[in-house]
Design a protein around this ligand. Sequence first.
Ligand SMILES: [Zn+2]
Length: 272
Amino acid sequence: MPELPEVEIAARNVRRWARGRVIVDAIVSPSRVIRGQTAACVRKALVGRRVARVDRRGKWLRVVFDDDTRAFSHFGMSGRWVKRRPDDPEERSERLRLDLGDRSGRLVSLRYVDPRMFGRFIVAREDIAEFRALGPDPLVDDVDGATLARAIAGKRRTIKEVLMDQLVLAGIGNIQATDALFRARIDPRSRADRLTRADTTRLARAIRWSIDRTLALEEGPEITYVEDANAPNPFVVYGRGGAPCPRCRTQLLRVVLGGRTTVLCSSCQTRR
Ligand SMILES: [Zn+2]
């Protein structure tokens, strides 16, 4: 499932493909992805607009246009943007298509593909509430141990669930939380408010390490997700329950926290 690194890679790609270009045509399917809006309204807001800026916060990608209209793209479980030529056929599960031209009239065609349709595409005149409510972003805001300690202060849920709360920290999902807690040697079942300052410093560094590692491994124009058929698992312990711990060879445990499967080493990771 896409988390911060996958959306960051998408933001870099869409920025490279679209910034400075004008949307000359948009084909908007009336799918669940645009729920609450009509396809005609979305199309009308987009056609003729020049892309001024592309950025990301948490798992949201934001495109700001020349008239300050914004488009917010969230990938849900299976969404992704791909670049095609305008005469290329429609993608399987294509929900949205933007054809963008540069000053010399050359066209690129960006397609939003989303088989499961948990993704969102929202056009608005200002930042949407879900975007404004996000907590600090580990890349954008360079979250250190002190920032992390403030963000989790007084939280009595497990640190794993707290890390995945987008209002506490933006962009961390099951994969990044599982690998970062392993790296920081903190048991994911620890209560967040019991972590020490040394723990939050280690954990903030581990989150950044895990994100940077994933970015380096996955960067490219066509992203695959670990759940995709035949996709490799590039993560350290995520999805590896039952396998030996890469550090001490103890068999990794699989536990469920907040309805999500998490993997840990009971020997390397300390419970607070
Ligand atoms: Zn271990």
